[in-house]
Design a binder for this molecule. Structure first.
Ligand code: TXA
Ligand code: MG
Length: 347
C-alpha cells in the first residue's frame, strides 16, 4: 500500500487554506487509516463507526484486539451518541482540561460505535485533543475517530512525523505531517465509571491537578492490586526500544552497575547539569534541563528512545529516574515500561 503524506504545517492556523482537504475527508469517511498529530503523541485515526476500518487499525499496529481504543472528538455534543452518562465531576474536568491531554472512561451507550472499538467492554474512553491540526481535522471530518498511538504495538509511541513514517509507512493510507508533539507522552486516562475516579494511565494532567477541580480524592496507580490490569493496555509490554535501558537515580549508581566494563558503546540519558561529570567515553544524551524539568523530560523521552535504536554506536543505556510524585508518575510509568525488566529489577 502506498502511504500518502500531507504536510499541513504551513496551514496549521487555518486548515481551510489547504486546497485538497476533501481527499483526507473522503479517506476517513470511506474507512481508510490516516495518522494525525496531536499534542500528546501522533494518533492512528480511523472512523469509529466502521468495523473494517477499526479492524485495520489493529492489523496495522499488530495490536491485540482486546485492547480498546480512545475515541477522539471535536465537540462534547458528539458524546451524546455513544456515552450514556457524564458524571457532574467529569463535566467539571472536561470544562477545566478539554481540549487537552486527558481521556475519560465513561459508560458506553451501545449501538452507535462499532463493537470492535471497545474490545467488548461496556465503557468507552474519550478525548478532545487541543493540537491545532488534529483538532481542525476532527472538525472537518466530523466523525468519532478512534486513534491509538501511531506506532507498531510494543514500540515507543511516536512524537514526530519521522517516527510514524518509520513504523507505519506502507501499512496505512496516509500520514499528516505536523511538528514534534508538545507534551510527548500519551494522555492521562481517568476511569470515571467508579467512585473514587481512578487514574488508569498517568499523563500530563496529574492526580493533583484533577483533585484541584473536583471534591473527591483520586485513586493513583499502584494503589490497587498490581496483578489486575487497570487499563487493559497495561498488561502488555509497551514503549520498549531494542536497546536495553536501565533506570538509575544517580550517576554513581550507573558507574557501580557498569563496573570495569568500557563506556564506549553506552549512552547516559541524564539532565543537562550532569553532562560535565559523565565518563569520557560514554555518549551523553540530554533528557531535560535539570531534575525539576519534568515537562522537558516528558517532551523528550520517546524521541530519545527512538534515537537509541537509530544509533549503531550505542548498545546499552542508563537513564535518570525521577523521584516518585504525582508530577513524575507519567514519565516513570513510561520509563519503567521501556526499561529492561531483569536489569531494572536487579534480577
Ligand atoms: O494521548 C493519547 O491518548 C493518544 C493520542 C493519539 O490521543 N492515544 C493513545 O491511545 O494513547 P492508545 O490506544 O495507544 O492507548 C489507549 C489506552 C490503552 O491503555 C487502553 O487499554 C486504554 O486507553 N483504554 C481505552 N479504552 C478503555 C476502556 N474502556 N477501559 C479501560 N481502558 C481503556
Ligand atoms: Mg499506545
Amino acid at each position: 500500500m502506498e502511504t500518502k503524506v500531507w504536510d499541513l504545517r504551513p496551514y496549521r492556523d487555518d486548515l481551510t487554506r489547504y486546497p485538497d482537504l476533501s481527499e483526507i475527508q473522503q479517506i476517513y469517511r470511506q474507512g481508510g487509516l490516516i495518522a494525525l498529530p496531536t499534542e500528546t503523541v501522533y494518533g492512528l485515526g480511523a472512523n469509529a463507526l466502521d468495523e473494517s476500518a477499526v479492524r485495520h487499525v489493529y492489523e496495522a499496529k499488530g495490536r491485540p484486539s482486546d485492547n480498546p481504543l480512545i475515541i477522539h472528538v471535536h465537540s462534547e455534543d458528539q458524546l451524546n451518541d455513544f456515552v450514556s452518562h457524564i458524571p457532574a465531576d467529569t463535566q467539571k474536568l472536561m470544562d477545566a482540561f478539554w481540549p487537552g491531554p486527558i481521556s475519560f472512561i465513561l459508560p458506553l451507550k451501545k449501538g452507535y460505535l462499532c463493537d470492535r472499538v471497545t474490545g467488548g467492554l461496556d465503557s468507552i474512553a474519550v478525548r478532545m485533543p487541543s493540537h491545532p491540526i488534529g483538532r481542525q481535522l476532527l472538525q472537518l471530518v466530523d466523525l468519532p475517530i478512534a486513534a491509538p498511538s501511531a506506532n507498531l504495538s510494543g514500540k515507543p509511541s511516536p512524537t514526530t512525523f519521522d517516527h510514524v513514517y518509520h513504523d507505519l509507512n506502507g501499512r496505512i493510507d496516509g500520514i499528516i505531517q505536523g511538528d514534534q508533539s508538545e507534551e510527548g507522552l500519551e494522555s492521562t486516562v481517568l476511569d470515571c465509571t467508579q467512585v473514587p475516579f481512578r487514574i488508569a494511565r498517568p499523563g500530563a494532567i496529574t492526580a493533583e491537578m484533577i483533585e484541584s477541580v473536583i471534591d473527591q480524592q483520586v485513586e493513583r496507580m499502584g494503589m490497587v492490586d498490581q496483578d489486575r490490569p487497570i487499563a487493559p493496555g497495561m498488561k502488555y509490554r509497551h514503549y520498549a526500544p531494542e536497546t536495553p535501558v536501565t533506570i538509575v537515580s544517580t550517576l554513581e549508581e550507573a558507574q557501580a552497575l557498569q563496573g570495569d566494563k568500557e563506556w564506549s558503546q553506552t549512552a547516559l540519558i541524564f539532565p543537562d547539569n550532569y553532562e560535565r561529570d559523565i565518563p569520557d567515553q560514554a555518549s551523553f544524551i540530554s533528557l531535560c534541563q535539570n531534575e525539576q524539568d519534568i515537562k522537558g523530560a516528558n517532551h523528550n523521552l520517546y524521541h530519545v528512545l527512538h534515537q537509541l535504536d537509530a544509533r549503531s554506536d550505542i548498545n546499552q543505556a542508563y537513564i535518570f529516574g525521577f523521584k516518585p510524585s504525582d508530577e513524575t508518575a507519567a514519565i516513570m510509568n513510561r520509563m519503567e515500561k521501556a526499561a529492561t525488566p531483569s536489569v531494572a529489577k536487579g534480577e
